[in-house]
Design a protein around this ligand. Structure first.
Ligand SMILES: CC(C)(COP(=O)(O)OP(=O)(O)OC[C@H]1O[C@@H](n2cnc3c(N)ncnc32)[C@H](O)[C@@H]1OP(=O)(O)O)[C@@H](O)C(=O)NCCC(=O)NCCS
Length: 187
């Protein structure tokens, strides 16, 4: 079984667990973080329920959400990973890339770095064919991350009846991009 823990330059990604619920509640209690998010977490019971949902996805499907912790301090500064949509519109992939970072850590490239590790896991370990990411059109930081990842803006503008910026990436795109990165590194 492949390792589900991902160690990056400055942060560690671990499968989210119920011990992370208080930190998840802290992250979701900041209105700067939740400004564009549909999900609300107001109590520790809500946070635990959300974690159990993420864990069910890991158990049933082999993917889900990771906590993001700073290596130096151990502080949980975010979460990232994949959500599963089994009843989305036919043109929408089933796997949604999701990321959230606490405001104190914004602008350091953490979301992009973590999302890249998630994409590698999705395409190379789990064999996803296509993933998508969506955000509120005013959430510029979020769609900048999608662009920096090399995702492609899709013409679709509505998702679950809401206006969204919508980006996708196929397995072919991922492999072309990652072989380009390898070529650059070897040069
Ligand atoms: C969106 C979010 C994940 C970005 O996290 P991050 O770690 O700061 O992201 P990165 O540093 O990897 O990249 C962010 C990019 O957006 C840019 N950016 C951020 N806010 C911006 C703004 N208001 N206008 C223009 N660019 C902006 C940054 O400059 C950076 O681009 P650059 O590297 O070209 O300078 C973070 O702001 C967040 O968690 N927001 C709340 C939760 C959320 O909205 N999640 C996404 C839901 S779909």
């Amino acid at each position: 079984m492949p390792s589900l823990a991902l160690n990056l330059a400055h942060v560690d990604l671990r499968v989210i667990s119920v011990e992370d619920a208080p930190d998840l509640l802290r992250l979701y209690s900041d209105s700067r973080t939740t400004e564009f998010l549909p999900l609300r977490i107001d109590t520790i019971t809500d946070a635990e329920r959300v974690v159990f949902g993420y864990l069910a996805c890991w158990q049933e499907r082999g993917f889900g959400l990771w906590s993001i912790r700073e290596r130096d301090t151990g502080r949980m500064i975010g979460r990232c990973g994949f959500l599963y949509w089994n009843d989305s519109e036919p043109e929408v992939p089933q796997y949604e890339l999701a990321y959230l970072i606490e405001p104190e850590a914004w602008g350091r490239g953490t979301a992009t770095e973590c999302a890249q590790a998630c994409l590698r896991f999705g395409f190379e370990t789990r064999g996803f064919d296509r993933v998508f990411a969506k955000t509120n059109e005013r959430n510029i930081g979020s769609w900048r991350v999608m662009e920096k990842l090399g995702m492609t803006k899709a013409p679709m503008e509505r998702f679950n009846s809401q206006h969204k910026v919508f980006y996708t990436m196929s397995s072919e795109q991922w492999h072309a991009l990652s072989s380009r990165h390898t070529d650059d590194a070897e040069r």
